[in-house]
Ligand binder design. Structure first.
Ligand code: NAI
Length: 464
């Protein structure tokens, strides 16, 4: 008889959420995690710690730049970097401790160590092999490496996103390789702490995959905040000495290589699936060409009883996508129906202002030959945004030209990451732009800008 109905490998947002749902549905559940604390990349070295630093440095920025204008005079706070890191670590501790509490509350066994799968129905952790009816691989992702660039988080000179959360001191000059989500969030942190930050990006725009007008506005806002950009430049190598590093890039347009220097280089050029040590090769688990575990529509691999979710499979590497899959696969294992609507997964960049997107972009829809209407509303016309001095950005709503059905949205603005969910819910219910426009929105709120953008898809917004 199996000891467990399901063993989940990896306690990140995908794995631990899946474990809770499995337990709630009556399955005898265990979770394997080799880190000292639960919560995976997201809670330990990703989403949560970066948000703690973004929040603290945002406060600093407000004090330095906006307090006086609001009549709040006095000396700006000075930075105690060690204390800021302690604050971040306390936030991590509260969150990872919370996950441990959830495991206990739901009677989920935490098998401490790194797992391997010697055969279907068997998971080995340390010296012990456990029998289980099903296995869910939720082993996540790790930063991808860049040829010619040696990341050494301990030395703290050329670092990835993990090392960037533990720098011994704040840099004076920082080069960020990659203008994706990680580069822009952590680049913002250090720019607010006074570093001269230069972002080197291979593409011609920031945040690949967003609409061009959103990319342009976002980049302009970041430039105003002091970030420098070198676009269309492929970083070829870094050469680190004890304190300084030379970064060499090749301009895409041609010409000679260029060398710039920095005291810290952050490599933020993407992440790759992580399944090392699991023994998937020997088990015969099929992988995709991009090194992801291949699954079907119910998250099943080709090996019976072995499932996979989150960053280790196809799709956006987002905690909330992994969570949704975690819940859905639990439903499947409990004999119910599991479903994830991949067309309504929001994405958020937690800079100030935040940038949030959902659904399809205008550029992609037009490239497909779809006829769309676009309603755009600037936060300059939003009373609340003006009252708090955060009127940069806009809401952009994209609807089908004939049916008016909402197909996608992008928001650059205050609390964009929260506001986007109104549009997510609307999309889940197949709403039209007019449905949003006819919904009473409280005044004065940022969300009124969403309604105005919906009005802009029809007879026009009021405050523009
Ligand atoms: P990314 O894929 O978002 O961006 C990487 C950027 O690096 C791309 O724009 C690419 O063109 C550029 N690049 C690659 N090689 C280069 C080179 N040699 N020279 C110059 N530029 C180069 O990757 P990122 O920011 O590292 O994030 C990794 C993953 O983590 C993403 O899937 C992201 O969605 C996820 N993530 C999400 C967060 C959020 O939702 N707020 C926060 C942090 C990470």
């Amino acid at each position: 008889m199996s000891q467990y109905d399901v063993i989940i490998i990896g306690a990140g947002p995908g794995g631990y959420v899946s474990a809770v749902r499995c337990a709630q549905l009556g399955l005898k559940t265990a979770i394997v995690e080799g880190r000292e604390t639960l919560g995976g990349t997201c809670l330990n070295v990703g989403c949560i710690p970066s948000k703690a630093l973004l929040h603290a440095t945002h406060m600093l920025h407000e004090a330095e730049h906006n307090f006086a204008g609001m009549g709040l005079k006095g000396k700006s706070p000075s930075v105690d970097w060690k204390q800021m890191l302690t604050y971040k670590d306390e936030v991590i501790g509260q969150n990872t401790g919370g996950v441990e509490f959830l495991m206990k509350k739901n009677k989920i066994d935490w098998l401490k160590g790194w797992a391997s799968i010697p055969a279907a129905g068997k998971v080995t952790v340390g010296d012990t092999t456990y029998d289980t009816k099903n296995i869910v691989i939720a082993s996540g992702s790790v930063p991808s490496s860049l040829p010619g660039v040696n990341v050494d988080n301990d030395a703290g000179v050329v670092v990835d996103s993990t090392g960037a959360l533990e720098l011994k001191k704040t840099p004076k000059k920082m080069v960020v390789i990659g203008a994706g989500v990680i580069g822009l969030e952590l680049g913002s942190v250090y720019a607010r702490l006074g570093a001269e930050v230069t972002v080197v990006e291979y593409m011609d725009a920031v945040c690949p995959g967003m609409d061009k007008d959103v990319q342009r506005s976002f980049k302009k806002i970041l430039e105003k905040q002091g970030l420098n950009f070198i676009m269309g430049a492929a970083v070829k190598s870094t050469e680190a000495s004890k304190t300084k590093t030379k970064v060499t890039y090749a301009p895409k347009a041609g010409g000679d290589d260029v060398v710039i220097d920095a005291d810290v280089v952050l490599v933020a050029t993407g992440r790759k699936p992580f399944a090392e040590g699991l023994g998937l090769d020997a088990l015969g688990v099929k992988m995709t060409e991009r090194g992801q575990v291949a699954v079907d529509g119910q998250w099943a691999t080709n090996v019976p009883g072995v499932y996979a979710i989150g960053d280790v499979i196809e799709g956006p590497m987002l905690a909330h996508k992994a969570e949704d899959e975690g819940m859905a696969v639990a439903e499947v294992l409990a004999g119910k129906h599991g479903h994830v609507n991949y067309s309504v997964i929001p994405g958020v960049v937690y800079t100030t202002p935040e940038v949030a997107t959902v659904g399809q972009t205008e550029d992609a829809l037009k490239a497909e030959g779809r006829k769309v209407k676009v309603g755009k509303f600037s936060f300059m016309g939003n009373g609340r945004a003006k009252a708090v001095g955060q009127a940069e950005g806009f809401v952009k709503l994209i609807a089908d030209a004939e049916t008016d059905r909402v197909l996608g949205a992008a928001i650059i603005g205050p609390a964009a990451g929260d506001m986007i969910h109104e549009i997510c819910v609307a999309m889940e219910f197949g709403a039209s732009a007019q449905d949003i426009a006819l919904t009473c929105h409280a005044h004065p709120t940022y969300s009124e800008a969403v309604r105005e953008a919906a009005l802009a898809c029809g007879d026009g917004p009021i405050h523009a």
